[in-house]
Design a protein around this ligand. Structure first.
Ligand SMILES: C[S@@+](CC[C@H](N)C(=O)[O-])C[C@H]1O[C@@H](n2cnc3c(N)ncnc32)[C@H](O)[C@@H]1O
Length: 211
């Protein structure tokens, strides 16, 4: 998903350096200092406009959330929502999720969310999928022992690929939902922007797994 540049984005991000990090490697070992309370850290990679992470933070004040997004113009919109929310248990991080192993110490992350990740359907782009083994190696390092990865998508091809990828990596599945919105798994489900947009067109798939 490529989005048009927004001229206001860079200055807005600069003005809100208390809520967004643009040089994340400098925070290694210091993430908790960015929050008022030391609490478990949960991370979403590819937050888009931030609806999911902000609502999760509202519902779970006992957790500190970090939202990673690669596109400046997209994360700037999420930042606006965060500013309006007044929440203090969310920090945004403008970076490539592929760098996650350089951002956190081993076992620092409690849970990882991947929502409606770009499908990269062409075979030659497999390594760009956020559920590919080259990403799983990094997730395994930063997640605490038995820390969960929660993945949702409307893309059947990506979901099937991810099931195989996690399984081949030796991960254990805790939940697999093939039609989340019409199942018991939907209780307490927090929807993302993409989920709201695409659930009318077909099923939403979800899995929760750990290493
Ligand atoms: C299809 S959108 C989904 C947005 C949101 N999660 C939702 O469900 O509404 C995927 C988002 O992931 C971001 N993204 C893709 N690859 C990324 C990466 N390697 N690191 C960080 N963000 C990434 C994209 O810029 C885009 O905003």
């Amino acid at each position: 998903m490529r989005v048009r540049k927004k001229p206001w984005a860079a200055p807005y991000i600069k003005d809100h350096a208390d809520l967004i990090v643009t040089d994340p490697a400098s925070q290694l070992g210091h993430w908790q200092e960015r929050f008022p309370s030391q609490q478990p850290i949960q991370v979403e990679i590819g937050i888009g406009k931030g609806q999911f992470i902000i609502e999760m933070a509202r519902q779970n004040p006992e957790i500190n959330f970090l939202g990673i997004e690669i596109q400046e113009s997209v994360i700037a919109t999420a930042l606006r929502k965060l500013v309006e929310s007044g929440l203090t248990n969310v920090q945004l991080v403008e970076t490539d999720g592929a760098n996650i192993d350089t951002l956190f110490a081993e076992g620092e992350v409690d849970k990882l969310y991947l929502n409606f990740s770009d499908p990269w359907p062409k075979k030659r782009h497999t390594k760009r999928r956020l559920t590919a083994p080259n990403f799983l190696v990094h997730y395994q390092k930063v997640l605490k022992k038995a820390g969960r990865i929660q993945f949702k998508t409307d893309n059947r091809g990506l979901f099937e690929y991810s099931l195989m990828s996690f399984n081949n990596f030796g991960m254990t599945f805790e939940e697999v939902w093939l039609d989340l919105h019409n199942s018991d798994g939907n209780v307490g489900n927090v929807q993302t922007e993409y989920e709201e947009k695409f659930s009318a067109k077909g099923p939403i798939y979800k899995l929760v797994a750990h290493f």
